[in-house]
Design a protein around this ligand. Structure first.
Ligand SMILES: [Zn+2]
Length: 103
C-alpha cells in the first residue's frame, strides 16, 4: 500500500516539475510581448510566480512524505506520535500531524 502511494507521490512530483518548467516557458514567451501588454504580463508573472511557489511547496511536502515512508514514520503524527487517521491521509496524503494536532 505504501509502495503504491509512494509511486503516486513520485508521479505527482514529476507532474509538478513539468508544471514549473511550463511556467518558465511562459516567462520566456512573455519577453516577446508588445509594450502595450506589459502591464498584463506583469500581473501574469505574479500569478505564475505564486503557482510556482505553490508547486515547490507541494513538491517539498511530497518528498518529505516519501522520506517518511522510507524511514517508517509515514502516517504518524509528528506532534503526538499517534497514527494519523486514514481518512485524513486520503484527503491530505502529505499530512504530518493528526487532526487534533493540526488545529
Ligand atoms: Zn497528533
Amino acid at each position: 500500500m505504501t509502495e503504491q502511494l509512494k509511486a503516486q507521490f513520485t508521479q505527482r512530483i514529476v507532474e509538478l516539475q513539468q508544471r514549473i518548467s511550463a511556467i518558465h516557458n511562459d516567462f520566456a514567451d512573455g519577453r516577446d510581448a508588445d509594450w502595450s501588454e506589459q502591464a498584463g504580463e506583469r500581473e501574469n508573472e505574479e500569478v505564475l510566480n505564486a503557482l510556482e511557489s505553490e508547486a515547490k511547496v507541494e513538491i517539498q511536502h511530497l518528498s518529505n512524505a516519501i522520506t517518511r515512508m522510507e524511514n517508517g514514520s509515514y502516517g504518524i503524527c509528528q506532534t503526538c506520535g499517534e497514527e494519523i487517521a486514514k481518512q485524513r491521509l486520503a484527503v491530505q496524503p502529505a499530512a504530518t500531524n493528526c487532526i487534533q494536532c493540526a488545529d
